[in-house]
Design a protein around this ligand. Sequence first.
Ligand code: UDP
Length: 357
Amino acid sequence: MLKKIVIIYGTRPEAIKLAPVVRELKKHPDLFNTVVISTGQHTNLLSQTQESLNLVPDVSFDLGDATNNLVECFTHIMNCISKYCNDNPDLVIVQGDTTTAAATALACHYNGIKVAHIEAGLRSGNKKAPFPEETNRILVDHVSDLLFPPTEISKQNLFNEGINKNVFVAGNTIVDAFKGVNLGKLPIKLFPRPYILVTVHRRENFGLPLQNICSAIKKLADDGIDIILPVHSNPNVKQTIVNRLSDHPKIHLLPAVTYLEFLKLESMCKFLLSDSGGVQEEAILHLKPILILRDVTERPEVVSSGLGTLVGTDTEKIYTEAKRLMTLNTFTIKDLHPFGTGNSSQIIVSVIKQFLN
Ligand code: UDP
């Protein structure tokens, strides 16, 4: 009998990492009725990403102003999911650690609907960093019925918390997404090289940490280094960055760019400076070093690959490490494929097939 599978996303990284899973599920219309829902947790970032990925949701929620407040966002999504899933789908799939993933997983759990969690088991060990993502992912893992940690380390994290049933290491679907694109002919504005590509958006970096990051970027630009910075649309980020970094000839502030444009910018940069989770994973795919603007990471694989360095948000530390990387031309890479080789969605879908039978 046809199984109804609902895939839910609400933010840019979820759309990127779930698009390959949607494609893989839709290859089996004889087995699955696949329904794609966007909660709209990110608004403009999500629509440009969906376009880039040719991902069209079957249903879109309108969160309105609820996106600005964690509690309102969470409760609004829980209510929408609860209503939408009242026909008891066979499985609901969530990804990662967003409010969308946590609210959906809990709503399904309360309603007796089975949940699969893609990118399970990531842990920084600090509930405040990343905030609220660390708490979200713990919650999702503990209510999920089927779990797909990307690596052995994340599987072990689950085992350490007593979660050892229906756990399958699958790699990370960000590799599948990356393998599926062709950047060759993408028309894109070219920037002087070498440049540093920067992204910053983590909630725990709002305020003073972000100001310190901006000071480091300004010092690097004052030394004549070109900086490309697609600015996240969150007003807390945008305001500080525009106030501190506009009007510098070496700092190129862009509005958030499409997924494909961003991959192209990554492919041509000298190295990355970022507090993003997905960008850490992509650094490995491009074989680019990354300075991680955080004190802890739930992706220790990036650090042990030899490409990632945790630099936190101290101005001098960021500046010194960045200057060191500017002069480095060869890097030792210890692990080329910590997140798999691009067949994660196939693994996930074949496990789902067995699970639902
Ligand atoms: N990204 C993008 N446009 C940008 C910056 C990033 O499409 O201007 C993509 C990037 O390729 C990566 C993802 O966004 O796959 C990372 O998402 P984000 O940093 O928002 O969230 P996180 O991964 O930290 O949860």
